[in-house]
Design a protein around this ligand. Sequence first.
Ligand SMILES: [Zn+2]
Length: 417
Amino acid sequence: MRILKRSLLPFIIIIIITLGGCATIDISALTADDHQYGQTRDEQKLIDRAVRFNEDLTRKGLILQDSEVQRYIDRVGENLVPPMAADAVEFEFYVFRDPVVNAFALPDGSIYLTVGLLTRMENEAQLAHVLSHEVAHVILRHGLKQHRSHRAGMISSHIADLVLFGTSIAYIPYITSMASYSREQEEEADRMALDLMSNAGYKLASAYQLFAIIQEIKDTESVKGSIWGSHPSNVQRAEYTKQIVDSGAVAGNPEGRVGRAEYQHIRSELIIENIKLKLGVKQYELALDSIDAALKESPASPWLYYYRGEAYRRLGDDPKGAAREHAWVYGKKYGDDLVREFENRHKEFYTAARKSYEKALSVDTDFAHGYRGLGLLSYQRGDYKVAREALEFYLSHGRDIRDKRYINNILNRMDKP
Ligand SMILES: [Zn+2]
């Protein structure tokens, strides 16, 4: 007996070395019988951290509060979670008010999709795919495995790494400490995602179509390096996903659910939100891109013209911010020369802004926000007569006005000689 043990020793050492010293082999999936979720101190710590993260986002208003969108995402998400996993963890689905393209899952079962990602997808099956992938990370307890393997800080490929301009920038270290996974884990989640989608009756081909859409997104609009960012690995993901689907390894119905009409309805609700978020983080040119794309689908939306006006007005008002965004998007050098270029274009921007507000009013003559835009533009240009008329019209005709005090202050300022 003793001899046998001794002869096994080198073998055991080799195994430990190949596993990289990680104690991850005995972490079972949440679909197993005795998963013991949350019963170790380190996992409990990860769960607590995730709960605090969510409280923080909620306090700061970064979770979208839209009951229709929420109901829809909940319905799609809950339908994907296997009953065993739902017994183990309470899955919650959140829309993160961030215009960058990203999605992530935390060890407590919280799953976040950004507004930026939701406006890029085309149908419910694609949404189901993203949600399934994130649900799979939770079921497979990738966060804990990653934590125990002490490699979280070393993985460079899939770390959410937002350089600039996103709402989520402050949260990156937090998110990466709980949701950065190895390439193998990403592949494992992709494979399980197909099973979850198939069980819920979705058309599996939607999964690899999504990767093609993500591939077209500008790097600057996604969280760099995140698995849902524009990343070379998305080409490989599309390939191996297609291979699995074509091989028939996952029982799927080729006529499965796609859910385009329902998704498009929800998406149209989110497009304006996404544009507002972009303007809020000084993404003027990127907002214009989104507006132009949306106008192709809804050419009679006064709101889209209004926000086009807003984007141009701010390009005129904020040459430094505009130059910084431009340098970032197009990989140019930010400096005085570029700022001056934008300063010199302010007339062009203000003209485009005025035309956009006028277009909004030509689509809908009573559209109060069109007057708001024209009023503020005229005020900035010193044309007080037009400004006063337009802003007063806005105050008296607008519905649900939230900036009454701001507008009144401007009206008062114009009264002073
Ligand atoms: Zn992932």
